[in-house]
Design a protein around this ligand. Structure first.
Ligand code: SF4
Length: 193
C-alpha cells in the first residue's frame, strides 16, 4: 500500500492569530479525569485547530464552530470543581489552546487568582516550543501562565501508544517556567516513558 505522506500544516510565525480565528467555543469539559496530565484534573477542550494532523485524536474539535460558546457559568463550574482537594490542576486541550488564547488566558488567570500556584496548569499544543518563541504576544502570555506544556504536532510516522501523555515521539513534556527562565527547553523530570 502506498505510504500516506500527508503532513500537518506548518504556519509561519504569527500567521495564525486567535483574534482572527477563535469563536471562543468549547468542544468539551471533563471534570475529574486521570488521563490529561499528572494527578486528577479538570480538562477544558477548546474548539478550533488549523494544524490538521493526519490521525488527529479529536478531528471534530478542529472546527472553530464546534461545541458551545465559553460562558461565565462554565468558568464558575470549573473553579468549583477545582476546589475539590483531590484535584491537582487544570488541563487545556483541543483543538488548539494557543489559537483560543482569549478563553485560555481568562481561565488561567482565574485559576491563578483563586489558587495561586497550589494547583497546576498543563496545556497541549501543536506548536513546538521554538515556534512559540517567535509567536504573537497573546500566545506568549498564555505560555507564561502554564506550568507544563506538551508540544508539537501529532506525527503518524512517529506514533507510539506507549508514550506517557503523548501520541508521537516528537512531542515533549516541558517545564515552562524553568524553560522560560533558562531560555532553553527543560523537560519534565517525572517522565516515565
Ligand atoms: S495539533 Fe492536536 S488538535 Fe490540532 S490537528 Fe494536531 S492532533 Fe489535532
Amino acid at each position: 500500500m502506498p505510504r500516506n505522506t500527508k503532513s500537518p500544516n506548518n504556519p509561519t510565525p504569527k500567521e495564525w492569530l486567535a483574534n482572527d480565528l477563535s469563536l471562543q467555543y468549547i468542544a468539551d469539559y471533563k471534570a475529574f479525569n486521570f488521563v490529561d496530565g499528572e494527578g486528577i484534573r479538570c480538562s477544558l477542550y477548546v474548539s478550533g485547530c488549523l494544524f490538521h494532523c493526519p490521525g488527529c485524536y479529536n478531528v471534530a474539535a478542529q472546527n472553530f464552530h464546534y461545541g458551545q460558546p465559553y460562558t461565565q457559568e462554565l468558568e464558575d463550574q470549573i473553579i468549583e470543581d477545582m476546589h475539590k482537594p483531590y484535584v491537582q490542576g487544570l488541563t487545556l486541550l483541543g483543538g488548539e489552546p494557543f489559537l483560543n488564547t482569549q478563553v485560555c488566558i481568562k481561565i488561567c488567570e482565574r485559576v491563578r487568582k483563586e489558587f495561586g500556584h497550589t494547583k497546576d496548569i498543563w496545556s497541549w499544543t501543536g506548536y513546538t516550543w521554538d515556534e512559540l518563541m517567535k509567536e504573537s504576544f497573546d500566545k506568549l502570555k498564555l505560555l507564561s501562565l502554564i506550568d507544563i506544556l506538551v508540544d508539537g504536532r501529532f506525527l503518524e510516522e512517529k506514533k507510539d501508544l506507549t508514550l506517557q501523555f503523548r501520541g508521537s515521539s516528537n512531542q515533549r513534556i516541558i517545564k515552562v517556567p524553568e524553560s522560560l527562565e533558562q531560555d532553553k527547553v527543560v523537560l519534565w523530570d517525572k517522565l516515565v516513558h
